[in-house]
Structure formats: structure tokens, C-alpha cells
Design a protein around this ligand. Structure first.
Ligand SMILES: *Cc1c(COP(=O)(O)O)cnc(C)c1O
Length: 380
């Protein structure tokens, strides 16, 4: 089956009991046993739930993995991933990460003796140099948040594996509709399903997908041991979102492309970051590695914080809010919102300056989104 068909049918058979085409929401924390340890495969809601199992199987299939696991949030998935790495382990991570990811890495560094080095993963040579000393995990976002840098996942997996390390990719921005890291050699995919997989800004969730069956078993054990699991209702919402992922990602990409073009070249715009623009440094790689450029555009306006605030105030269709990936367009000011937990000097060293804005282009009519950013630009 092709991808858009798999979104709706892969590992999602009608309910065997009733024929319901959607999985029932099994609101039961526990399951009857006929005799001690004699059960029907379901024991306790943290260890497993039938609604969650459908979501997990579907995500696992869409990412071409051996299996998927669902979590209560993206960071719930990440903290469970980190349970795998004892103190003294070394992680080589991208230097333009989701702020909460960076915060959790730093917490584990200070609190539990994890060693973390940050490098620009869009430069394979920089990654190879970081592997001069041994490491256990290469952790990559592509595209990155908020600068939309693209990393060559196939090349990076080769480097990690040559040094006996595993590679994890946060695929939240691209989604499996546009990019499947496990097919390019990654070992682990992480998602904040809060974003595009859920797709409607109405649920917080996360997922891990593993390339190897042994890793599925290992992380299922950690999922149960650490307990950051989602509710059955939230699993249903994410699964419902997944059904329309294909059409939504095409609409998001069309909208973002129109918005990026409208911003590019304006005299008050210092830079537009979007992998679908020819001016993007990894444009050719993005074309090769992805089936579309996605819905996020970041733009740096001239004039720093004051200009950024004026631009935001001039938007009517874009709502000022954290998060991304929903049907409605959102604008974020990373320096004061999503990335405020990263110190200013650290942020600016990586290009997240005060004039930077991140636009999550929704699936409204692209012409209205273009009109909206043009009106905001006129206020600068
Ligand atoms: C939002 C986000 C996360 C964290 O996910 P939550 O669901 O908010 O915990 C991780 N990575 C990326 C790229 C994100 O955008």
C-alpha cells in the first residue's frame, strides 16, 4: 500500500469484536484475569491498552520501524529514551534543538553525569570530528527548530554506526509523510505527536519508533518502568489526526512555500529560513531527502525585539502562541517564548536572535496567509 492509504489502514483493522471502523477508546485501567497470571494479553493500563496499541502499531508502520511506542508528551518520550543511557554516557547532539530538549539534556548532564556535546549536524565533518572521542548516541533534529537547518541523515547514520553509536532523529517537523529517518539508517525516531501527527492543537503526546525489534522490547520495558504513557482518549485523538496527515502536510507545504516567497527579498527582512527556497543552504539535500519542505518558516526581521513585536502585532490570521503543526497558523517568538530557557548568548551564537519569528503555516487559504504577513511587514 502507498503512504496515504497506510495512514488510514496500516495496522488499523476494524474492531474484531464489533466491526467499528475506529478503535474503541478502552477506558479501563485494569483487565480481568481468569486465574492468577492468566489473561487475554491486557493486564494494567500503564503496561498496555488496546487503543494505545493501535496507535503504536500505526506509527511504527508509518515510520518503517519494527514497532512504535506512545508517550504522554514528546518530552515524556525523550526522558524515557534517556533512561537507556547510564551516567557517563556521551551524546553528540545538534546545536539547534527544541528548547525543551536542550533543557532536559542539560538537566541530565548536571544531575546524572550524562556527557553532551552540541555540534552543527548539518556539517557531517563537524559530527565526524565530535566522534573522535567515543559516544553512545547521535541525536539529530532535521529540519531543526527554529532555524530549519537540514542534516544529511544517511551520512550521519554512517558516522554514528562506524563508531558503534546509535542515531536518534526527532522527526516532529517533517513527519513520516515527508521523511522517514529509519529508512535512511537511523535507529530511533522521536515525535512530539502534539504537533503534526495530532494536527489539531488539541492533544499533548509523544512517540518513539525503533528500527530493531530488540529495541522495541527494551523501550517498551522502559515505557512501562518509567510510566510516561498517554491516556486512551489522547491515543484516539492522535490516531484520528494521523488519518489526514498526507493531505495536511501537502497543504502546510503549499502555504509555507507561499509565505516564504512573500517574505523573501523584503527590505525589512534580514533572512528567511525555509528548506523549499533555493536560497536555503541545504536546498538540494532537502529535495533529495524529503518529500516536501513542510509547514514551518522562520523569518528574521531587521530591528530586533521591537521590530519582532510590531510584526506580531500586525498579524491577524496567525495567532501568537507556542506550538506548531496544527490546522491553524501560529506565530512564535523563540527568544522570549519557546527558546527562552536557552541563555541569550547561547541562543545568539546559533543564530536565534531577538528579531527571529517562527511561523507555523496552517491549512487556511495560502492567499490569506500571504496577505497577513504582507500587512505585518508594512508595519515595520
Ligand atoms: C514540541 C516539540 C518537542 C516536545 O514535545 P512535547 O509534546 O511538547 O513534550 C520536541 N521536539 C520538537 C521538535 C518539538 O517541536
Amino acid at each position: 500500500m502507498r503512504f496515504d492509504t497506510r495512514l488510514i489502514h496500516a495496522r488499523q483493522p476494524p474492531d474484531p469484536l464489533t466491526g467499528a471502523v475506529n478503535p474503541p477508546i478502552y477506558l479501563s485501567s485494569t483487565f480481568r484475569q481468569r486465574a492468577p497470571n492468566e489473561h487475554q494479553g491486557w493486564v494494567y493500563g500503564r503496561s498496555g491498552n488496546p487503543t494505545r496499541a493501535v496507535l503504536e502499531a500505526a506509527i511504527g508502520d508509518l515510520e518503517s520501524g519494527a514497532g512504535g511506542l506512545a508517550f504522554s508528551s514528546g518530552l515524556g518520550a525523550l526522558v524515557t529514551l534517556l533512561e537507556e543511557f547510564p551516567s557517563g554516557s556521551r551524546i553528540v547532539a545538534g546545536d539547534d534543538l527544541y528548547g525543551g530538549t536542550w533543557r532536559l539534556f542539560e538537566h541530565h548532564r548536571r544531575q546524572f553525569g550524562l556527557r553532551v556535546d552540541y555540534v552543527d549536524t548539518s556539517e557531517p565533518d563537524a559530527v565526524a570530528a565530535a566522534f573522535a572521542s567515543p559516544a553512545d548516541l547521535l541525536y539529530v533534529e532535521s529540519p531543526t527548530n527554529p532555524l530549519l537547518k537540514i542534516s544529511d541523515l544517511r551520512a550521519l547514520a554512517r558516522i554514528a554506526h562506524a563508531h558503534g553509536a546509535r542515531m536518534a532523529v526527532d522527526n516532529t517537523f517533517a513527519t513520516p509523510a515527508l521523511q522517514r529517518p529509519l529508512e535512511l539508517g537511523a535507529d530511533i525516531v522521536l515525535h512530539s505527536t502534539t504537533k503534526y501527527l495530532g494536527g489539531h492543537s488539541d492533544v499533548i503526546g509523544g512517540a518513539l519508533v525503533l528500527r530493531k525489534a530488540a529495541d522495541v522490547e527494551r523501550f517498551a520495558w522502559l515505557q512501562n518502568a518509567a510510566g510516561a504513557v498517554p491516556s486512551p482518549f489522547d491515543c484516539f485523538l492522535v490516531l484520528r489526526g494521523i488519518h489526514t496527515l498526507g493531505v495536511r502536510m501537502r497543504a502546510h507545504t503549499a502555504a509555507a512555500t507561499a509565505v516564504a516567497r512573500a517574505l523573501e527579498g523584503h527590505r525589512r527582512v534580514r533572512a528567511v529560513h525555509y528548506p523549499g527556497l533555493r536560497s536555503h543552504p541545504q536546498y538540494a539535500l532537502a529535495r533529495r531527502q524529503m518529500d516536501g519542505s513542510g509547514g514551518i518558516v522562520s523569518v528574521e526581521v531587521a530591528g530586533g525585539m521591537r521590530a519582532a513585536r510590531r510584526f506580531v502585532a500586525g498579524l491577524e490570521v496567525f495567532t501568537l502562541a507556542e506550538s506548531l503543526g496544527g490546522v491553524e497558523s501560529l506565530v512564535d517568538h523563540p527568544a522570549s517564548m519557546t527558546h527562552a530557557s536557552v541563555p541569550k548568548a547561547e541562543r545568539e551564537r546559533h543564530g536565534v536572535r531577538d528579531g527571529l519569528l517562527r511561523l507555523s503555516c496552517g491549512i487556511e487559504d495560502p492567499a490569506d496567509l500571504v496577505d497577513d504577513v504582507r500587512a505585518a511587514l508594512r508595519r515595520l
